[in-house]
Design a protein around this ligand. Structure first.
Ligand code: ADQ
Length: 833
């Protein structure tokens, strides 16, 4: 993928500032600009962002400067009205998202008025991007200010390659749940092809939030939603080390270093560099330093802490308070320990030019990087870059993303000021050889993983993810071309037909026990199997249900409990997929977890199967049930990690079953059970059926029932349509000429099952009533090939490929089915496919 790179971030690398008589440009503070500027310099492309204070309204001087930026540097400004800019940046972005994502819920201030500003600002960014898009462009959106942008861009340009990188941490799901507008945010992000996070922990937290808030079931590295696959990856950001060391090699850098060495001769220099932000742990550090001096009077005059802090977000009260707090702590420490010759803390409250900063890094004996929470922290990496061949020690907070990859640092818990002081003291006392060894390892790793490697890997994966989306099978499938299926089935000598049960052959019922096969269905299915053909019901239902429901249909294979048990055609014996099931006693351990949810959810219950436990909430209040199902699914996901069990979300159920019991395994079993199939048809409506579709070759007729996306090639509206299809299949004499039938005459529609108003949904509702099929339903088959579904057509005696006459359940009183179902020990499943 070689299109232009379009970087989009809240801030451009330059900020417009009002100056006497006009405007001036200043470098933007912060890690994002530091990291990305060299990437864009190297790869070319454009950078779209907000110029900060810049003119929201027309202003000739400001406008001209912005036009010049775009012409000469490729920096395109997004204009936001002053009020909008303020409410967007200082509102939802920095008073809700920033504190919560850094795990400071107490500092979160949600102003409902800030949300519309956040939405509008994201829309303005979208307009600015769309206005400049060229064919083949890849758009890379950055950070928490623009979490709605991926979706807005996807809607505006569906084929666009869109990446998103979150520079700050993603919070644990318990905290994320607190966030107002959490659902919109996640949906916004999921517009991207690839979402990058700083650490694997953040990926994990994101996955859990997606599970709990949206009810989706993310896999390790992807989320499938709305027919698209969104890749999620941990890609720790880095820096361009040579950009810093080159500065040091130039005169300005060398001079600055020399001045520092002279100034701090005979002293150990401790360095801290931060934006003035409460997440950076500046007061905690100053208190720990105070404690260190208190506890080690012999260090007086021998160590100096240089604290560099660049003010940011000063319009937010908490930041102003922080500034005052830091000033007070500085006064306390310097007031207590200073001598005429020595000031313990040198405080520089300003942005320091790069040569001066690089010199500080090179001169420092110890870098004290102790944020309370940080996505990554580039200061740690910048220090290492400037310590090539040096013996400096990095003291690093375990709550910085950088800690995950900088194991040679001395890790500290910044909240524990006493231990932090002790760790700093030990770091100062560490033998030089050990310090060099540690720094050498850190430095070598940094060179291997610089910001260019980070960007290359991200963009490469973005290319793969976007290409996968473009060619992916997941989407909203078009309606099944029935006539073609019938044509393909007719001459087949060894067809393979796999049918899900609930939601596919029968509509869902409020109580699982009520979802019984309507009259005529069972013989209809049985008649599909002929010659070397294999027809299987592949369901989540337990074996006793299937046995009773398909009583007498010996030509049909039955696969119960998602394939954990299989009964081959012509056999009365069930064969377990594996000889030994999951560890004995697992149900006793898992059941209490499910029962907790039964207690919380009126109308729900737990069903026990041989290989599974299922929590059903079909009769619970829908929203509450779905919400709790997300919770349960999340809890189970954690509890079952490292076991051979997993949790599964079905229609109104959460099921725990062995990982190996899968519809995929059933496909393998059936494929191997006879000659290679020359026709394959699989129909299902559930998530478990996606496994079925994936296990079949690309040319198989795979059919998703109902609206929504699927990797199936086609869709049908509902069980009634499925039945009509089956009738069309059996209506054709084997090898005979095609005949027109009610369903077969429907021409292929380019519409999907989602886009058509679903008459079937009405039909499905009707179908749950005992009088199904409705009297007005016209039978699709001719009398000579009667399906047995309608009272008007006499049931034929059916001869199957195995020549066993099929009994006719339609002649049985429905009441018998009901009463027998009711007498079963436990309620049977519905909706677990
Ligand atoms: P920041 O919160 O801005 O970045 P950080 O990673 O520490 O945090 O980057 C700060 C940058 O600003 C560094 O390049 C540093 O040199 C520079 N800087 C700080 N104080 C300065 C000063 N006084 N003068 C000059 N320069 C100064 C966000 C996330 C981080 C993440 C980065 C990059 O919060 O966790 O590491 O993005 O993804």
């Amino acid at each position: 993928m070689n299109g232009r790179l379009v970087v989009v971030s809240n801030r451009l690398p330059l900020t417009l500032k009002r100056a006497a008589g006009g405007w001036k440009a200043e470098p933007s503070a912060g890690g994002l600009a530091t990291a990305l500027a060299p990437v864009l310099r190297r790869s070319g492309g454009i950078w779209i962002g907000w110029p900060g204070e810049g003119p929201g309204q027309p202003d000739p001087a400001g406008d001209e400067l912005l036009r010049q930026w775009e012409r000469e540097r490729g920096f395109a400004a997004v204009r936001l009205r002053e009020e909008l800019g303020r409410r967007f940046y200082h509102g939802y972005a920095n008073q809700a998202l920033w504190p919560l994502f850094h795990q400071f819920p107490g500092r979160m201030a949600y102003d409902p008025g800030g949300w519309p500003a956040y939405v509008e600002a994201n829309q303005r960014f979208r307009d600015a991007v769309v206005e400049r898009l060229l064919p083949g462009d890849r758009v890379w959106v950055h950070d928490y200010h623009l979490m709605l942008l991926p979706r807005l861009l996807r809607e505006a340009a569906p084929g666009l390659a869109i990446g998103f990188f979150l520079h700050i941490p993603f919070p644990p799901s318990d905290l994320f749940l607190i966030l107002p507008r959490r659902e919109e945010l996640l949906r916004g992000l999921l517009g991207a092809d690839l979402i990058g996070f700083q650490t694997q922990g953040h990926v994990q937290d994101f996955r859990q939030s997606v599970q709990r808030v949206l009810g989706l079931a993310p896999q390790m590295d992807r989320v499938v939603t709305e027919g698209r696959t969104v890749r999620v990856e941990a890609r720790p950001i880095s820096i361009a080390p040579r950009a810093l060391t080159d500065v040091l090699a130039r005169k300005a850098g060398r001079d600055a270093l020399e001045r520092l060495r002279q100034r701090f001769t005979g002293q150990r220099l401790l360095l801290a560099v931060d934006r003035l932000d409460y997440t950076k742990g500046i007061p905690e550090r100053l208190r720990a330093f105070h404690r260190l001096l208190q506890g080690s009077p012999e260090l007086a005059g021998k160590i100096t802490l240089v604290q560099v802090a660049v003010p940011s977000r000063e319009k937010i009260g908490r930041y102003r308070e922080l500034r005052a707090e830091v000033a007070a702590l500085l006064g306390e420490t310097n007031g207590s320990f200073s001598t005429p010759e020595w000031t313990p803390v040198v405080y520089m409250q300003r942005a320091v030019p790069r040569p001066e900063l690089a010199a500080l890094y090179a001169a420092a004996d110890l870098a004290w990087v102790s944020p309370l929470r940080d996505g990554m922290n580039l200061v740690a990496k910048e220090y290492v870059a400037c310590q090539a061949g040096g013996a400096g020690v990095l003291v690093l907070s375990e709550f910085a993303g950088a800690a995950a990859e900088m194991g040679e640092a001395v890790l500290v818990n910044p909240y524990d000021e006493e231990h932090t002081a002790a760790a700093v003291r030990q770091a100062l006392e560490m033998p030089e050889e050990q310090r060099r060894e540690r720094m050498g390892a850190l430095h070598a790793r940094l060179l291997r993983n610089d910001v260019f490697a980070w960007a290359d890997r991200f963009l490469e994966l973005l290319g793969t993810a976007a290409a996968g989306r473009a060619s992916g099978r997941v989407g909203v499938p078009p309606e099944l071309p029935r006539e073609q299926v019938v044509e393909a089935f007719r001459p087949a000598r060894a067809p393979l037909v796999l049918l899900d049960y609930d939601g596919t052959l029968v509509p869902f019922a409020r109580r699982p026990a009520d979802a019984l096969p309507p009259p005529g269905l069972v013989p209809l299915v049985a008649r599909l199997a002929r010659g070397a053909g294999r027809v299987a019901i592949v369901s989540g239902r337990p074996r006793d249900f299937l046995e009773r429901a398909f009583d007498g249909s010996d030509t049909v294979w039955l696969a119960a409990e998602h394939g954990a048990l299989v009964r081959p055609a012509g056999s009365r014996d069930w064969q377990p997929l594996r000889e030994s099931g999951p560890l004995p006693g697992w149900k006793e351990r898992v059941r209490p977890l499910l029962e907790r949810f039964v207690d919380r959810t009126p109308g729900s219950f737990v069903e026990e199967k041989e290989y599974a436990l299922v929590w059903h909430f079909r009769m619970a209040e829908p929203d509450f049930g779905e919400w709790l199902a997300n919770e349960l699914f999340h809890d189970l996901d954690l509890a079952l990690a490292q076991t051979e069990l997993h949790a599964l979300r079905g229609h109104k159920v959460v099921e725990v079953k062995p990982v190996w019991a899968s519809k995929r395994a059933v496909v393998q079993r059936l494929e191997a059970a006879g000659e290679p199939p020359d026709f394959r048809l699989a129909i299902g409506d559930d998530r478990t059926d996606e496994e079925l579709f994936a296990a079949l070759p690309a040319e198989a007729w795979t059919v998703h029932v109902g609206p929504g996306s699927s990797q199936a090639r086609y869709c049908l509206d509902g069980p009634e349509d499925v039945r009509r299809l089956l009738e069309s299949l059996v209506a054709r004499p084997w090898g005979g000429p095609p005949r027109r039938t009610g369903s077969g005459t429907r021409t292929r529609s380019s519409t999907s099952c989602t886009s058509r108003p679903s008459a079937t949904r009405t039909r499905m509702a009707a179908a749950t009533s005992p009088g199904w099929p409705p009297a007005s339903t016209t039978c699709a088959t001719s009398a000579s090939a009667a399906c047995g579904c309608c009272p008007c057509i006499p049931r034929p005696s059916v001869t199957t490929g195995t020549t066993s006459p099929t009994t006719a359940p339609s002649t049985r009183p429905t009441a018998r089915w009901r009463s027998s179902a009711a007498s079963w020990r436990r309620p049977t499943t519905a909706g677990c496919g």
